[in-house]
Design a protein around this ligand. Structure first.
Ligand code: CDP
Ligand code: MG
Length: 136
């Protein structure tokens, strides 16, 4: 049974700053993800707050939004069978030191905040997040 899905991935400022964009894109492609659309942008603090609204009551919310808006990011629509879960698995745990071997966060993540990539956590959120960055 085919279950082609789309998910939103972000290469976060810490990874873009270290010129890891192409390396990380190659990892996604080598794992069978099709990069349907991608663009390098910088979001404002208020756009970051909208994007991370689900976290607005968390103590780390302000720092998180300041960080996401601190420099260029690469936003991508990834497509693959079960893309949402497959991307979460390839990303690894939120804390890089807890991420499994072979995951992107294990390889590139610097800290819980500078953990190199974002990925949608559900099919429903993937749709909302894809719309957020690629409305047209
Ligand atoms: O990104 P992921 O879905 O794995 O984690 P999250 O719980 O949805 O949190 C979103 C982002 O907030 C994380 O990727 C971290 O960069 C950041 N965060 C943080 O800075 N401090 C925490 N205690 C938890 C999350
Ligand atoms: Mg999340």
């Amino acid at each position: 049974m085919s279950n082609l899905e789309r998910t939103l991935s972000i290469i976060k400022p810490d990874a873009v700053e270290r010129n890891l964009e192409n390396e990380i894109k190659e990892i996604f492609k080598s794992k069978g993800f099709n990069i349907v659309k991608n663009k390098k942008i910088q979001v404002s603090k208020s756009e970051a707050e909208q994007f991370y609204k689900v976290h607005e009551t968390k103590p780390f919310f302000n720092d998180l939004c300041a960080y996401l808006s601190s420099g260029p990011i690469v936003v991508m629509i990834l497509e693959k069978e079960n893309a949402v879960a497959a991307n979460r698995e390839l990303m690894g745990a939120t804390k890089p030191e807890e991420a499994a071997e072979g995951t992107i966060r294990k390889k590139y993540g610097l800290s819980i905040d500078k953990n190199s990539v974002h990925g949608s956590d559900s099919i429903e959120n993937a749709k909302v997040e894809i719309d957020f960055f690629f409305k047209d």
